[in-house]
Design a protein around this ligand. Structure first.
Ligand SMILES: NC(=O)c1ccc[n+]([C@@H]2O[C@H](COP(=O)([O-])OP(=O)(O)OC[C@H]3O[C@@H](n4cnc5c(N)ncnc54)[C@H](OP(=O)(O)O)[C@@H]3O)[C@@H](O)[C@H]2O)c1
Length: 248
């Protein structure tokens, strides 16, 4: 416990597991109040129990504009204004060109692109001067990893949005940056593909990675908090946290 973020208010979409939950823990442990979101009530309840009284868990699907309106109203009631917005909710789609369906394409873009854009639109009115917005992209957006074309394209769109939205929000003194994680073992791959395919994909990522390991959710969370609160001369950028996989 420390008081680094005492008095700070944050929203983390997709804050009920993985990278989002690790970020929520870091902020709450340092004195912040957070609202986390997700679609599964059970997962949200478990996360809320783990986080304690300074966290509120709101069931809200980022691909639904009415859910986002509801979220904005709830955040206004619970927190008033925001110092940080983590646009983190995302789904992984992994399939080769020939077996990617229209439904997979639409779901991926509805959550990872449309959901992210409208999360910023709906919550922007609550952001204070000096606030930071962090969009979670992916190292996949600059790589040519087979089987990730839909996911990677959506994350590339999000990287582009970090630039344009930063220009739009700068007059209000709000910074917008992207965080680009490399492989992080959060269980998301197992939820996306067969166990065997996930194990193969993970073994390939470890072999390819200059550090020969996955990152931890806590390593990404630390970088996200830095971008949101401490990177006061940085906007429109993408901060890469990938063990060097897209750099070396
Ligand atoms: N893990 C990696 O290797 C990696 C690498 C690069 C980038 N990323 C990105 O990092 C972010 C977090 O990933 P993670 O690995 O931590 O995944 P995760 O453990 O699966 O967590 C995803 C979170 O997003 C929520 N979510 C999913 N769809 C949602 C929707 N439509 N509306 C609201 N919440 C939704 C999930 O809750 P519900 O399922 O209950 O809705 C969960 O809280 C994602 O944007 C992902 O693309 C991950």
């Amino acid at each position: 416990m420390n008081d680094e973020y005492d008095g700070k208010n944050a929203v983390i979409t997709g804050g009920s597991s993985g990278i989002g939950l690790a970020t929520a823990k870091l902020l709450v442990d340092a004195g912040a109040r957070v609202v986390i979101t997700g679609r599964s009530r059970a997962t949200l309840d478990a996360a809320a129990k783990e986080l304690g009284d300074n966290a509120t868990a709101v069931m809200s699907d980022v691909s639904s504009l009415s859910d986002l309106d509801g979220l904005a109203a709830r955040v206004r009631d619970e927190l008033g204004t925001l110092d940080a917005l983590f646009v983190n909710a995302g789904v992984t789609t992994a399939a080769p060109l020939e077996s990617t369906t229209e439904e997979m394409f639409d779901t991926s873009f509805a959550v990872n692109v449309k959901g992210a854009f409208f999360t910023v639109q709906k919550l922007a009115p609550l952001l204070r001067t000096g606030a930071g917005v962090v969009l979670t992209t992916s190292a996949a957006n600059v790589m040519g990893l087979a089987g990730t074309s839909v996911y990677a394209a959506g994350k590339a769109a999000l990287r582009s949005m970090a630039r344009t939205l930063s220009g739009e929000l700068l007059p209000r003194g709000i910074r917008v940056n992207a965080i680009s994680p490399g492989p992080v073992d959060t269980g998301t791959l197992e939820r996306t593909m067969t166990e065997e395919a996930a194990e193969r994909f993970k073994a390939e990522r470890v072999a390819d990675n200059p550090m020969h390991r996955f990152g931890t959710p806590e390593e990404i969370a630390g970088a996200m908090a830095f971008l949101a609160f401490d990177a006061t001369y940085t906007t429109g950028s993408e901060f890469v946290v990938d063990g060097g996989s897209t750099q070396l």
